[in-house]
Write a protein that binds this ligand. Structure first.
Ligand code: CDP
Ligand code: CDP
Length: 231
């Protein structure tokens, strides 16, 4: 059976990674969370003092990018790959609201994008991959056989992310999560390099009123139709 490339883009907390993981598991494909890679570079910058509450030392971060080595290792208990920075599992550290506060500024830097996009393209060389992010269908895999663009209202998305953070024990308020989601939407959609836009050939899915199961079923149907075309 010929394998395809599936690109899932969209705004924060639209359910991209949830459905991407489900699809990868169902199809026996690799799943790559490209956002985790931008979060890993952000974590690296924070750990090395290139970002703090008042300053962002962009040039220092750029000249230290060669020290960044990101890898993914499959965790059989979780059923997906966790992200490692220079050999350290940083899956928990990168999901905090603090990393979310800085990540879109890091993702605006072209040198960072160049480094990560190359790595992402290498991972998808043999197809059989589901990758989610902001520029997967436009920049990373412009020839992907299936492109999905996920949307949902900002309030729905912020509520989802807020519940997630609270369940993980983070002390955050709904209003700061909403503010972060809206700020990232704005920066991600307006940056010069690889902004978040729907690829002309992407299929848009608004899942504001879809359950996880409904969303998975809808997208799986699209995948199955696509697979028929290529097999
Ligand atoms: O999980 P959530 O949708 O909130 O974010 P994420 O997928 O972990 O991505 C975090 C941030 O990384 C985004 O807000 C973007 O600034 C950046 N990103 C990007 O620029 N390009 C990608 N392909 C993936 C993420
Ligand atoms: O990857 P992305 O940031 O787009 O979103 P996610 O991490 O897959 O989903 C964010 C949260 O929204 C998760 O807790 C999902 O379970 C939840 N979600 C939902 O409840 N219903 C949906 N239709 C989509 C996502």
């Amino acid at each position: 059976m010929n394998k395809i490339t599936i690109a899932i883009d969209g705004f924060s907390s639209t359910g991209k990674s949830t459905v991407a993981k489900q699809l990868a598991k169902h199809l026996g494909y690799i799943y790559v969370d490209s956002g985790a890679m931008y979060r890993a570079v952000t974590w690296f910058a924070m750990q090395n003092g290139f970002i703090n509450e008042s300053q962002f030392y962009i040039q220092d971060l750029i000249s230290n990018l060669k020290k960044v080595s990101i890898s993914f290792k499959f965790n059989i208990n979780l059923g997906f790959a966790e992200v490692y920075l220079n050999g350290q599992n940083i899956e928990k550290q990168i999901r905090t609201l603090e990393v979310s506060r800085y990540v879109s500024q890091v993702a605006e830097i072209s040198e960072v994008r160049e480094l990560l996009v190359k790595q992402q393209q290498n991972m998808g060389e043999n197809k059989g991959i589901v990758m989610d992010g902001r520029d997967i269908g436009t920049v990373v895999f412009p020839d992907a056989e299936l492109k999905i663009f996920m949307t949902a209202s900002a309030n729905t998305r912020a509520k989802r992310r807020f519940d997630e953070l609270i369940n993980k024990g983070e002390k955050v308020s709904y209003s700061e999560v909403l503010k972060n989601v809206q700020e990232r939407d704005y920066i991600d959609s307006h940056r010069e390099d690889s902004p978040l836009v729907k690829a002309h050939d992407a299929i848009e899915i608004d899942n504001s009123n879809l359950t996880l199961q409904e969303q998975f079923n809808n997208i799986l149907q699209l995948v199955e139709n696509k697979l028929k075309e290529f097999n």
